[in-house]
Design a protein around this ligand. Structure first.
Ligand SMILES: [Mg+2]
Length: 288
């Protein structure tokens, strides 16, 4: 990997990590993060916030945050919702509403609107499209490998409808984008599903969180880790973009983001090595 960041940045620099979950911090198949634990520990020690940014729901992410003991704000459903813990001395973010113990910014379209949109797209394209709203918990569990309890949390959607195109060898993604665009909607691609959403994306959510942190910290440097096209809007904005290796390759991305690092290892192991590499030198300087 590249040189350590603190070759260039003073020790007082405030870093924020923005991380995707599935296939990035979590293993694509097992959803484990064991291999990333050393880097997560280092983040805690250095007070580097880890902002989780996922297409998962608030309910799933709250469950994971408590397992990971992460307290930073988080972004649900591809930038549809941004949630801030309420126990901060700083007070609520401007314009946020209080919702079930968290401060919330909503940027996505309502789930009912998206479900209607998906039905229209299915009728227009005459494809066999199946969304989460068409599936029961058992089916979501089978497709994701999540147990029933977590699948139930995954079905509690607010701003994003995951879907599959069944029995279609090659999906004409242009037709899909066009049909969504006509309705003011966007289709993105995650590790397992397509996602139908509004104009929100992960990158816009990241910008909003950075400006929120800038109230307290003048200079903020972002480290972004992701593995799928729905992470690219964040990677483009990052001071330190890290593409986590996966089954899919994105050879054109390096041309678009020249400072992109691509990990050698997949999932949490790649996450761990990238973060230790980037923040490791910062730790060394602290110990001098
Ligand atoms: Mg992913």
């Amino acid at each position: 990997m590249g040189e350590n960041v603190t070759d260039k940045f003073p020790i007082t620099t405030f870093f924020i990590i923005f991380s995707d979950l599935d296939g990035t911090l979590l293993d694509h198949n097992t959803y484990g993060w064991q291999e990333a634990q050393p880097a997560l520990n280092l983040c805690k020690k250095l007070h580097v916030p880890v902002v989780l940014v996922s297409s998962k729901t608030r309910a799933e992410m709250e469950f994971l945050r408590s397992k990971l003991s992460i307290s930073a704000p988080f972004v649900s459903e591809n930038g549809g919702g941004i949630f801030f813990p309420s126990d901060r001395s700083k007070g609520p973010p401007a314009g946020a509403s209080f919702d079930n113990g968290l401060w919330k910014w909503s940027f996505g379209l309502s789930y009912a609107h998206l479900v209607r949109g998906l039905k229209e797209i299915r009728d227009e394209l005459r494809w066999n499209i199946k969304g989460f709203s068409d599936m029961d918990i058992e089916e979501i569990s089978q497709l994701t490998g999540l147990d029933h309890k977590i699948s139930r949390l995954a079905a509690m959607r607010e701003f994003d409808e995951p879907f599959l195109v069944i029995n279609k060898q090659a999906v004409d993604e242009n037709a899909l984008h066009k049909a969504a665009g006509k309705r003011g909607l966007t289709v993105t691609s995650g590790g397992r599903f397509y996602h139908l959403q509004g104009k929100n994306d992960k990158g816009k959510a990241m910008e909003k969180i950075i400006s929120w942190y800038k109230d307290e910290h003048k200079q903020v440097f972002s480290i972004v880790l992701g593995d799928s096209p729905n992470d690219f809007s964040m990677l483009e904005l990052a001071d330190f973009p890290v593409l986590i290796r996966s089954q899919r390759e994105f050879p054109e991305l390096k041309g678009e983001i020249p400072r992109l690092r691509v990990t050698r290892e997949i999932g949490p192991e790649g996450w761990n090595n990238a973060i230790l590499d980037i923040l490791g030198k910062k730790e060394e300087e602290r110990n001098v």
